[in-house]
Design a protein around this ligand. Structure first.
Ligand code: KMH
Ligand code: ZN
Length: 278
């Protein structure tokens, strides 16, 4: 069974795929903006970065060369654990999402089921989950299991039973809460999700989308979990106050952790926690 961790893993998700640059000019969408945001967030206490990339028009992209260049640039400029999104945008086809692993990230997101996503559908059928998981094992990429709903926890239990442990032997998952169509971003929902986790889970974190961010973050800290924050998930600090940078969100997460007597984990400690490649 997982034990409450003392040090706090802060993951930053700086960009996402669902917000447009036109609506949010401070969103890091170019490689230079992404690297600067990563450096600022590392200095503020983040240990891992969850990455979505954009093309020259700032539109979501899964271009293989761009992904590989992004992984290399982030490794060059920071010590952060680099996690590539395999979720992409709601419009990305499954075969392109599988190819993300060709860019050889340290970690990849792996969503454990299909979810209504506002007016869209974020598609994750079981054969895709299974293929992506086996590929991650072959390529020595550590998955972070994304749990948008309680049923996704049941799918994680099934996956570990049928396909064994991830590369590195650790099982880390992240509750993504408050998506319209997924589980609500409440302490009650988080408690139910944590209680249902299979015993193989060695660590977990949580993020609350939009206005659920503080409720989920505080509940996760109370339960001994880790935090993901960033402009992928929330664009206001409080009602009517826009986020200016990802660093602000990391600083707030670190301050919340310190109140809970959880110092931020270093990237080296995060690599041990997650079991990523040396
Ligand atoms: N953009 C969402 C549809 C992930 O990165 O793995 C999916 C997402 C999850 O952001
Ligand atoms: Zn994402």
């Amino acid at each position: 069974m997982h034990v409450p961790a003392e040090a706090l893993l802060v993951t930053v998700a700086p960009t996402g795929a669902e917000t447009s640059k036109a609506d949010c000019p401070q969103l890091p969408t170019t490689l230079a903006e992404l690297v600067t945001a990563a450096q600022e967030c590392e200095a503020a206490g983040a240990a891992m970065i969850h990455v979505h990339i954009r093309d020259d028009d700032h539109a979501p992209s899964l271009d293989g060369q761009r992904l590989a260049d992004t992984v290399a640039a982030l490794h060059e400029a920071t010590d952060l654990v680099v996690q590539l999104s395999t979720g992409g945008s709601v419009h990305d086809p499954l075969d392109q999402r599988l190819k993300v692993l060709d860019a050889a990230p340290d970690s990849c997101s792996l969503t454990m089921g299909t979810t209504n996503f506002g007016d869209d559908v974020f598609s994750n059928p079981w054969p895709f989950i299974s293929d992506l998981y086996q590929l991650s094992q072959e390529r020595e990429v550590v998955p972070e299991f994304e749990l948008f709903d309680l049923g996704h926890v049941a799918s994680l239990t099934r996956l570990l039973k049928t396909h064994g442990l991830p590369y590195g032997g650790k099982v880390h998952c992240d509750f993504v809460m408050g998506v319209p169509g997924g589980m609500p971003g409440t302490a009650d929902a988080l408690v139910a999700g944590v209680a249902a986790l299979p015993p193989e889970v060695t660590s977990w974190g949580a993020t609350g989308i939009g206005r659920t961010t503080l409720a989920v973050g505080l509940a996760a800290l109370s339960k001994g979990g880790h935090l993901r924050v960033g402009m992928e998930d929330v664009l206001t600090l409080s009602r009517g106050v826009p986020v200016q940078s990802n660093r602000q969100l990391v600083e707030r997460a670190v301050a919340m952790g310190e109140l809970a007597q959880r110092r931020p984990m270093t990237p080296t400690e995060a690599r041990t926690l997650l079991g990523t490649r040396p």
